[in-house]
Ligand binder design. Sequence first.
Ligand code: RB5
Length: 147
Amino acid sequence: MKIAIGNDHVALEMKQEIAAFLKDMGHKVVDFGTDSAQRCDYPVYGERVARAVAGGEADCGVLICGTGVGISMAANKVNGIRACVCSEPYTARLSKRHNNTNIIAFGSRVVGIDMAKMIVAEWLAAEYEGGRHQKRVEMLADIERRQ
Ligand code: RB5
């Protein structure tokens, strides 16, 4: 898969490790930055990754900031994005199976690198179930249309 990845300054090292992990899994990784440890603003990178995913430039996205909260909030402002911040793999898996998340987020200050890898691996391995969940996912899109 083609996976967009983005982060703020707090998560630079974790982004680099997760990008390498994804490449080792055979995925193509498109890095939207930041590539600097200089203080920066997470909405910039959340939006970049979200637009790449919503526009079809990437199949899905991974976002990392200190908590995963700010950067996932930024991503969820983009129409068509269903981003979820997770600190364990169970939520990551269910967010794909039930909510058809197209971006996963987590916090470099919250989870260690091994947990981050487990979250990403579970999320990528999971498949959207559709069925009874489809109507609810469509209702999310309808909220966007009614803005
Ligand atoms: C940066 O200090 C921090 O606020 C950011 O990484 C993130 O945790 C925001 O949600």
